[in-house]
Design a protein around this ligand. Structure first.
Ligand SMILES: Nc1ncnc2c1ncn2[C@@H]1O[C@H](COP(=O)(O)OP(=O)(O)OP(=O)(O)O)[C@@H](O)[C@H]1O
Length: 276
């Protein structure tokens, strides 16, 4: 897991995304109001908050699937909301998406699913198309023979990896994941977290993932963006948020199950700082 120095020093250089003054409303109900968030390059950010606090809506805003009612979205240094159609398409290509429900096409094999965005957004064709898609299947840690299988023939963990392979098809710089480990058993979930970490480090990705998974929050992320009161109430590593006094953070990080993680991780960081 990275430390905050790493995060803040990267953040001051070049955030991959910056949301400022974001408002998202449905009718008279606003989910976000004056929301601010920066995604430091090379980090895995856990997007956390109670049910209905607007994690999915925020990820949709970040991926330009939803235009906010107010505010500014900067992606890779560009004003994404003011950009023309071509520029927006170019920005979208740099974002890999894995939304809840995976949305793999069930009538297509894994390889065909991964080839789809390549066919749609690149000029690669024929045998190179297959080769390129196959490299993404391997990158997602799937065995070669899974490429010819249909989603229904795969385990839950493999379906997530197949969806990840498709999200990686266009070599994104930013990976947006909505509850990627939900429905997985703890071992498959830990394997998925480890894969995301490996890809982040080796490909220089930046990742934001909405999650309720305590392992992902505590062990699989560099920092947590905590949603409450219609905004990002706090942004820091989980171990720091667990020591803060805002009632929402206390409830979330010192609640019964999370308290176990807090005890372990606080003990671990005290041990580490005692050694240095
Ligand atoms: N298309 C929509 N029309 C109306 N309301 C919506 C729409 N999309 C989201 N909302 C509302 O916005 C709020 C936030 O929804 P969102 O799905 O982002 O929450 P979440 O934090 O991801 O929740 P969960 O953890 O349960 O997945 C909810 O009250 C939801 O009903």
């Amino acid at each position: 897991m990275g430390d905050l120095d790493h995060i803040t020093s990267e953040a001051t250089v070049s955030p991959v995304a910056r949301l400022s003054g974001i408002r998202n409303c449905f009718g008279h109900e606003c989910v976000h109001e004056g929301l601010e968030l920066e995604l430091p390059a090379g980090c895995i950010i856990a997007l956390v908050g109670g049910s209905g606090t607007g994690k999915t809506v925020l990820l949709r805003t970040l991926s330009m699937l939803r235009r906010p009612d107010a505010g500014r979205l900067e992606l890779f240094g560009e004003d994404a909301l003011a950009a023309g159609e071509d520029a927006q398409r170019r920005l979208r290509r740099r974002i890999g998406l894995l939304f809840q429900g995976g949305a793999l096409f069930t009538a297509l094999t894994v390889l065909e699913n991964v080839m789809l965005p390549l066919r749609e957004h690149t000029a690669v064709r024929g045998h190179w198309l297959e080769e390129l898609a196959m490299s993404k299947v391997r990158l997602a840690g799937l065995p070669a023979d899974s490429a010819s299988k249909y989603p229904a023939e795969l385990s839950g963990g493999m379906v997530k990896r197949a969806a990840l392979a498709r999200a990686l098809a266009l070599d994104p710089r930013l990976l947006i994941l909505d509850e990627p480990t939900s429905g997985l058993d703890p071992i498959a979930a830990a394997g998925f977290d480890a894969l995301v970490r490996e890809l982040t480090d080796s490909l220089g990705l930046t990742v934001i993932q909405a999650t309720h998974d305590l392992d992902s929050i505590w062990r699989g992320s560099d920092a947590v963006a905590f949603l409450a009161r219609k905004r990002v109430l706090a942004f820091a590593p989980a171990v720091e948020l667990a020591q803060r006094d805002e009632p929402e953070l206390v409830a979330y990080f010192r609640g019964s199950r999370s308290a176990e993680y807090a005890k372990l991780e606080l003990g671990r960081s005290a041990h580490t700082s005692g050694r240095t």
